[in-house]
Design a protein around this ligand. Structure first.
Ligand code: ATP
Length: 195
């Protein structure tokens, strides 16, 4: 289980995260909703181990050295990858070997993209690559922070279908962060509301 207990965090003087607690079980899909600036992305970074809470405790599943068991996928995939790397090298950053990359679901990553650079595929396609890279680390939990906020409704539905299929078959717990209450109602079994 991924457990956050009474998290407090501030970047400077103001407390951004004030006593947040939440838990996520393997296979759970939980929404996180709240107004802009209330600290959703900060909570995401705390859970993914990219920030350390000032006080409070985060329990993650035991894991070997290597990729962290809580992976974070962000809204802008182009900011999360080296623009000079081909897609196969972007995916290899997960630590996955050639065979695992070749075995990625072609609905998620079209094999024809592997020898292209990030700017040579669309934003929605690049987000699928971003998602595939996180999934290739074999995460126990995935935090999806506004991952479909920049794509059209059809692509949004397609990306969420792929993510939920993969999460379901690999028993991955998902925390879906969004401003879109309707989206969270459609995909999550429960939603935590902040602010
Ligand atoms: N690196 C940082 N340094 C200082 N302040 C920051 C930093 N990152 C975020 N903040 C501040 O922390 C607060 C919470 O930001 P955060 O991105 O967590 O909110 P959010 O709920 O995800 O917002 P949004 O829905 O607009 O993405 C904001 O006031 C923001 O300005």
């Amino acid at each position: 289980m991924l457990i956050a207990k009474d998290l407090w965090f501030r970047y400077h003087d103001d407390w951004i995260v004030q006593g947040t607690s939440l838990s996520l079980e393997p296979g759970d899909v939980v929404g996180l909703l709240g107004p802009s600036g209330c600290g959703k992305s900060t909570i995401a970074r705390l859970l993914a181990g990219l920030l350390t809470p000032t006080t409070g405790e985060i329990t993650v599943p035991p894991h070997d050295p290597g990729p962290y068991p809580v992976q974070l996928v962000l809204q802008h995939p182009e900011r999360a990858m080296n623009p000079h790397w081909k897609i196969r090298d972007v995916l290899a950053e997960s630590g996955a070997g050639e065979a695992a990359i070749a075995a990625v679901d072609p609905n998620l990553v079209n094999p024809g993209w592997l020898d292209r650079f990030p700017h040579e595929i669309s934003g929605g396609e690049l987000q699928r690559v971003n998602l595939a890279r996180a999934l290739l680390t074999d995460p126990a939990y995935l935090i999806a922070d506004e991952i479909t906020a920049s794509v059209d409704a059809l692509t949004q539905a397609q990306i969420w279908r792929l993510l939920l299929d993969q999460a379901g078959s690999n028993h991955i717990g998902v925390l879906a962060i969004s401003h879109d209450r309707d989206l969270l109602t459609a995909i999550a079994t429960r939603t935590i509301e902040l602010g």
